[in-house]
Design a protein around this ligand. Structure first.
Ligand SMILES: *[C@@H]1O[C@H](CO)[C@@H](O)[C@H](O)[C@H]1NC(C)=O
Ligand SMILES: *[C@@H]1O[C@H](CO)[C@@H](O)[C@H](O)[C@H]1NC(C)=O
Ligand SMILES: *[C@@H]1O[C@H](CO)[C@@H](O)[C@H](O)[C@H]1NC(C)=O
Ligand SMILES: *[C@@H]1O[C@H](CO)[C@@H](O)[C@H](O)[C@H]1NC(C)=O
Ligand SMILES: *[C@@H]1O[C@H](CO)[C@@H](O)[C@H](O)[C@H]1NC(C)=O
Ligand SMILES: *[C@@H]1O[C@H](CO)[C@@H](O)[C@H](O)[C@H]1NC(C)=O
Length: 814
């Protein structure tokens, strides 16, 4: 798929490798930037087999995400690239890579070439199961779909060609009907969201213009809430005067009623589908192209109309498409890679992943139905638990403006609801998976941009107040926001045997670890604000992870490796027991560890073995608790060799890079490359699990860039990039940082061996204090970092006192 794009990639690849011959071995600077990074974006990665990636059209963090819906059980982002699934509609709102129930997928538009045998309006079978049809299938077995930033297209088996593009709050569709479609017809489906959860739907047709307006109430997909949304749909001929609809009417179930302009339904049990059906005149006797402009709003139908009128006033499809692509190119082009000796797939994986880090959260500014504010309003945080680890630290490198707006939106939610958003979706609070993981996101922003915060519109005081509310105040329901703060403050862990009203008394160990990391983020912000008393207070609380460390716990049969592990703990201080392999890929108990499990074991979605590595703020202490560097390394090796690393879930994410802290950065380089080779690719099933709102995508970008973040700190762990050179432009500082890999000799397939290990690092020509991490000031001022690569995996972080990456207990992070 994406064939239209491949020729340009080939041309570009050829150009770069020719020009690089002249300067082979010299580490050519990226003075010839990749002109069109969008041409390297493959939007079909992760669009089948539970990746739930969204291949339709959105602006970076746009609200409208228009795309094809299919009847796949994996249609969380609407689409499935498995051709056995039929198309059911082209809807305006989606998320990227979520789990839970299917979110959004509202306001499906559907084209009919023919209705029944006699093509009568009354026999058009409008409901979703009757109308759906397969896509056309290409010779290679894939569906005839195309996608690129700003554009999506498909050919249906009814010979109708569908094309989509979008602005922030409106979508523009173009349907090309074959000449055999003597009455081109279009459905506006009001009731089918992804869960078929609607209530109180309403639809109205204006016969003179064909405008259709409507609204309905739907269920949130990962929480108890509901939301109401509205649409406004207009039609226009492409190249001819469409005039009024030649026939129109609303339908209930499968019965369109000609001339009926209003549809409304107050349910009494069975929920019939409701919508509008319109037929139009053909354009002469040939193909008929009809634009469908769809405005969306969470406020009113009037606002849905004004959004569409303001953003796509003239139904200019090509202009809208080009503007979207240009916006993406500017954003993606802030990261430039040199491609000499790098295969096209790697370049494609890089830019496709970078693209997917800019789908969520979504900018719903002006669409918040809950309170009035001039501050930005963002939605689709789905969930911070997934994204705090890598998505926001990636944003710090190249997109501080969007990051600042998201942070402002989060603070505004805290000011109105009391706590930071955690897994908000469709304007509703949704389930928390762990701690208050908005804290490390705000921490990440402020630690990196304390000096720029005010000019980026972020109030330091409001940000700090929001953090303190999470850290100190117990919310009415810690399943939806905040933390079980009272117990955390009283005990320094969440005891397994207290039953408190106000949330599920589960996931106590994993929540304690996240609360500790959240407190670390608060301490980092306090320090950046020169509040040293709070800095120390919260740094101390960040050390409370030791309270769930049972030094006597081991893994039977591997006692020589495992000395101590995180475990449930009771009020009286004694420890409970959870099998170390519980919730791991090796757990054959059949229990799951997801949200709706009773989860009395104390852990969420990962094993005690994996959670025993989750202390990014103090890995030095973790090494001490685990019996020293050698045992720590043996434990890391065991996790990979014995299949405890879980590529599908975020708690495992930093484990490949943890060898850095044991002064074995070459082993991190190899593990991270092996993880990429084994679990991620450019295939339609190229994600090991859900994309998780771009969390997995940002993980891949970091691994390919040869970096790994420690959120809410000024450090990035350093490895070797998959490119001879990579650069990051940061608009907050107007600076470009370039990492050059000397001796770059390509990337070994399978991720093992090769000339990829970092032997030596210089920054602007001066020896770096460490080969294992870069400080933020390198990215602020825009430096040239030169790595000398070797094929010896046993490289080190260097000899200096500051060579190991920082940890709290060794005095780090100042
Ligand atoms: C669909 O058909 C049109 C017209 O034949 C063609 O131009 C286009 O490449 C096909 N595929 C897609 C995905 O648009
Ligand atoms: C903290 O103190 C430093 C050094 O005196 C100063 O540069 C910085 O602006 C202060 N930050 C804040 C938020 O007050
Ligand atoms: C660990 O075992 C030692 C020796 O048996 C014992 O003294 C200590 O109390 C145990 N610690 C915990 C936390 O159970
Ligand atoms: C501590 O509490 C747990 C759970 O209530 C109980 O099973 C255990 O016997 C207690 N241990 C001691 C030493 O009192
Ligand atoms: C940003 O840097 C570039 C090149 O270093 C320079 O030409 C430009 O004037 C700078 N822009 C601003 C706003 O400082
Ligand atoms: C690292 O590179 C610098 C600059 O080339 C050089 O001065 C230094 O000796 C090198 N250090 C090592 C350990 O190779």
């Amino acid at each position: 798929m994406g064939r239209a794009l491949t020729s340009l990639v080939a041309v570009l690849g050829a150009t770069l490798s020719l020009s690089s011959l002249a300067v082979a071995g010299k580490g050519r600077r990226a003075d010839v930037p990749i002109p069109d990074p969008a041409s390297h974006v493959n939007l079909f990665i992760g669009t089948t087999s539970s990746g739930h990636a969204f291949p339709g059209v959105t602006l970076p963090h746009g609200m409208v995400k228009v795309g094809m819906d299919t009847d796949s059980p994996d249609n969380h982002a609407g689409y499935d690239s498995n051709p056995s699934f039929s198309a059911t509609g082209f809807s305006q709102l989606h998320d990227d890579g979520t789990g839970g129930s299917v979110p959004l997928s509202l306001w499906k538009i559907w084209p009919f070439a023919l209705c029944g045998d006699d093509n009568r309006f009354e026999v058009c079978a409008c409901d979703i199961n009757s109308r759906k049809v397969p896509r056309k299938i290409l010779a290679d077995g894939s569906p005839d779909d195309a996608a690129e930033p700003g554009y999506f297209a498909s050919n249906l088996s009814t010979n109708i060609h569908v094309e989509l593009t979008a602005t922030r709050r409106a979508a523009l569709h173009r349907y090309t009907f074959p000449s055999s479609a003597t009455i081109p017809r279009l459905v506006v489906d009001i009731t089918n969201d992804g869960q078929q959860s609607n209530s109180l739907p309403i639809v109205h047709i204006e016969p003179d213009t064909g405008r259709v307006t409507g609204g309905a109430t739907f269920a949130a997909s990962f929480g108890p809430g509901v939301y109401r949304a509205y649409t406004c749909v207009d039609f226009k001929g492409d190249g001819f005067d469409l005039g009024k609809p030649s026939e129109y009417g609303t339908y209930l179930g499968n019965s369109p009623i000609r001339g009926l302009v209003d549809g409304i339904q107050e349910y009494t049990g069975y929920r019939s589908e409701l919508g509008a059906l319109l037929g139009f005149n053909q354009n002469g006797n040939g193909e008929t192209k009809i634009y469908v402009r769809v405005g969306v709003s969470f406020i009113s139908t009037a606002q849905a109309c004004s959004n569409a009128e303001a953003e796509i006033p003239t139904f200019d499809f090509d202009g809208t498409r080009t503007a979207a692509r240009n916006t993406w190119n500017e954003l993606l082009g802030r990261m430039q890679v040199e491609t000499d000796n790098v295969d096209d797939d790697t370049v494609e994986l890089f830019y496709s992943s970078l693209y997917r880090t800019h789908i969520s959260p979504a900018d719903y500014s002006g669409e918040n139905p809950l309170w009035n504010s001039d501050e930005p309003y963002y939605d689709s945080f789905y969930c911070n638990w997934d994204t705090f680890r890598t998505l926001y630290p990636l944003m710090s490198l190249h997109d501080p403006e969007n990051f600042a707006r998201i942070v402002r939106g989060m603070i505004n939610i805290q000011q109105h609801e009391g706590w930071l958003p955690e897994c908000r979706g469709a304007t509703a609070q949704q389930w928390i998976q762990g701690g208050s993981d908005g804290d490390p996101i705000l921490g990440e922003f402020f630690v990196k941009f304390a000096d720029e915060a005010a000019s980026l519109g972020v109030s330091a005081d409001a940000l700090y107040k929001a953090l303190l509310a999470d850290a100190e105040d117990q919310p009415p329901n810690w399943d939806l926001q905040g933390r079980q703060a009272n117990a955390w403050k009283q005990y320094g862990y969440i005891p397994q045997d207290i039953i408190e009203a106000g949330g599920a008394n589960t996931k106590q160990v994993s929540r304690a670890l996240e609360y500790a990391f959240g407190d670390f983020a608060v301490s980092q912000v306090a320090k950046a604000m020169n509040n040293s008393a709070d800095g120390e207070k919260y740094a101390k609380r960040a050390g409370n992870f030791v309270n769930v460390w049972n030094p006597n716990m081991t893994v039977t049969g591997s006692e020589s490796i495992f000395q101590g592990m995180v475990q449930p703990r009771f009020v009286n201080g004694s420890f409970g027991f959870t099998d170390p392999k519980h919730c791991s890929p090796n757990d054959n108990s059949g229990e799951n560890c997801f949200l709706f499990n009773t989860n009395f074991d104390g852990f969420y979605e990962s094993s005690p073995i994996v959670y025993s590595q989750f202390v990014p703020q103090d890995t030095a202490k973790l090494i001490e608790l685990q019996g020293g560097a050698d045992k720590f390394v043996s434990r890391l090796d065991f996790i990979f060799d014995q299949n405890y690393f879980d590529s599908t879930d975020e708690p495992s994410q930093q484990i490949p890079f943890m060898y850095h802290y044991a002064n074995k950065p070459g082993h991190s380089t190899q593990r991270s490359r092996q993880v990429l080779a084994e679990h991620f690719s450019t295939a339609t099933n190229g994600l090991p699990g859900n994309d998780d709102s771009g969390a997995m995508a940002s993980y891949v970008v970091f691994f390919l860039a040869g970096l790994y973040p420690v959120p809410a700190t000024k450090q990035y762990l350093l490895s070797s990039p998959f490119f001879p050179q990579i650069s990051f432009f940061n608009p907050a500082f107007n600076s470009t940082t370039t990492i050059v890999a000397r001796n770059f000799a390509g990337n070994p397939s399978g991720g093992t061996g090769g000339t990829v290990f970092v032997q030596n690092v210089t920054i602007d020509g001066h020896p770096a204090k460490s080969n294992c991490f870069l400080d933020w000031d390198v990215f602020q001022r825009g430096a040239t970092v030169e790595l000398t690569l070797t094929d010896d995996i046993e490289v080190t972080c260097g000899d200096g006192a500051d060579a190991l990456p920082p940890s709290l207990s060794t005095g780090g992070f100042d």
